[in-house]
Design a protein around this ligand. Structure first.
Ligand SMILES: *Cc1c(COP(=O)(O)O)cnc(C)c1O
Length: 459
């Protein structure tokens, strides 16, 4: 197939969903009622929804057709076997346990592999991943390269593991205290940053020596593979599908939130190569999710997922997906907006510390900025800063992450280039009045994953 010159969308639109603009007075009321937390806004009051790329993808006509092929048998649904075939074909893992979404797979693998007192190293934490590791009695240890914590560094593989940090942890705690290394492709919390194949190979070599498995958070593996194709030496001629397979082959099992890369609105799975762990996982899934041939998913959803996996690794799709994100990022850089560099794959991360330098971290700069953006234009973004980082289990104090970010997450195949231009305009208009923006104080704080439901008031 001849390569296209631009990232222009490799599809045309067959059905549309209207969106509505609100007035400034309405938005003022809505954000106050939502406790200045964008998670608590109603979607009908949002103009462009950049809260997340999770479950927000537009499905293809083929996937919608797949929904009609649902085999809703309680046991042994045809769609399960098609999904199993897709997972084996594209990712190469031997055994599949479907779950209703990613965190359910994280729950199962954490409970099965982590013992009290264990340490789980990873390339930066993800909220649900770390929580399940902690609930299983483990302690998460961040072994990502230092560049990942520096929003100004343009290092192309900020998702890399720092081998020195990993070696030091193995030496200090002993390999028997490390049930697995947790590797995410790409690293969401670092700004959608990829890990390089060279780094992954080095981690594989080191962990093999110590008999430590690698569990792969493959939520955005196709996006990571695309960045390897574009930026890593020796991968220009390989297809995204080949690179995805190569990544998976370097790991022992995976948790997947299919709501991201795999272009469905709900779904996930645990994929494994070890028959013994698989046996236990297949037994555990019936307690928490459903029978092992549907695990919390309808047959039709498994069919849409099986098709989505194939679409997600197509070069045309992934080039347009990441191309749209890069377009938005470059326009924001041209407008002088402080964002995390290099531009990632699933969204743009505004650097709230640089955007609102007059606010201390106790005044929640990222939370504030997300609320201000909604006020300006009805665009909904997400806080990824001190609120998301939660509290230290032992001291009860806030975890103060180095990065205080607002994530503008781009849903797959949903918005157009004109929407990207509207986003740039709105961010620039908030930036122009940044000196007048006041911070927030937290007035309600839930125990777990507080960013979802915390409430704030204006200072
Ligand atoms: C979304 C996400 C998860 C959790 O998956 P859910 O489907 O939301 O339960 C895990 N890891 C990463 C990197 C994610 O982005």
């Amino acid at each position: 197939m001849k390569k296209r010159k631009t990232w222009a969308e490799p599809y045309k639109i067959k059905m549309v969903e209207p969106v509505f603009m609100t007035t400034k007075a309405q938005r003022k009321k809505y954000i106050k009622e939502a406790g200045y937390n964008t998670f608590l806004l109603r979607s009908k009051d949002v103009y462009i929804d950049l809260l997340t790329d999770s479950g927000t993808s537009a499905m293809s006509d083929r996937q919608w057709a797949g929904l009609m092929m649902g085999d809703e048998a309680y046991a042994g649904s045809r769609n399960f076997y098609e999904l199993e075939e897709a997972v084996r074909h594209y990712y190469g893992y031997k055994y599949l346990v479907p779950t209703h979404q990613g965190r359910a797979a994280e729950h199962i693998i954490s409970q099965l592999m982590i013992k009290k007192g264990d340490y789980v190293p990873g390339n930066m934490y993800f909220t649900t991943t770390r929580l399940h590791q902690e609930l299983a009695g483990g302690t998460f240890v961040d072994v990502i390269v230092d560049e990942a914590h520096d929003s100004e560094s343009t290092f192309p593989f900020k998702g890399n593991i720092d081998l020195k940090k990993l070696k030091a942890l193995i030496k200090k705690k002993g390999a028997d205290k490390i049930p697995y290394v947790s590797i995410a492709t790409t690293v969401n919390m670092a700004g959608g940053q990829p890990i390089s194949m060279a780094n992954l190979k080095a981690v594989r070599k080191l962990t093999k020596k110590h008999g430590i498995p690698i569990i792969h958070d493959m939520t955005r593996v196709a996006e990571n593979a695309f960045m390897i194709q574009q930026k890593e030496k020796g991968y220009k001629k390989k297809t995204v599908a080949q690179i995805v397979k190569e990544i998976c082959d370097l790991t022992d099992g995976a948790t997947m939130s299919a709501k991201k890369d795999a272009l469905v609105n709900i779904g996930g799975f645990l994929a494994l190569n070890d028959p013994e762990i698989f046996d236990k996982a297949r037994n555990m899934v019936v307690v928490y999710e459903g029978l092992h041939t549907y695990g919390g998913m309808a047959g039709r959803d498994m069919q849409a997922l099986a098709i989505g996996i194939g679409e997600s690794v197509s070069c045309d799709h992934i080039r347009a997906r990441v191309g749209q994100v890069q377009y938005l990022g470059e326009k924001l850089l041209e407008a002088g907006i402080p964002i995390v560099k290099p531009i990632g794959t699933h969204g743009i991360f505004l650097d709230a510390k640089a955007f609102l330098p007059h606010l201390s971290q106790d005044e929640f700069p990222a939370q504030t900025l997300a609320a201000e953006l909604y006020l300006d234009s009805g665009i909904r973004a997400m806080e990824r800063g001190v609120v998301s980082a939660g509290r230290n289990k032992k001291t009860g104090k806030h975890n103060y992450p180095k990065l205080e970010l607002v994530r503008l997450t781009i849903p797959r195949r949903v918005y157009t280039q004109a929407h990207m231009d509207v986003i740039v305009d709105s961010v620039a208009s908030v930036y122009a009045k940044r000196n007048k923006i006041k911070g927030l104080k937290m007035v309600y704080e839930p125990d777990y994953l507080r960013f979802f439901q915390a409430r704030f008031e204006k200072l």
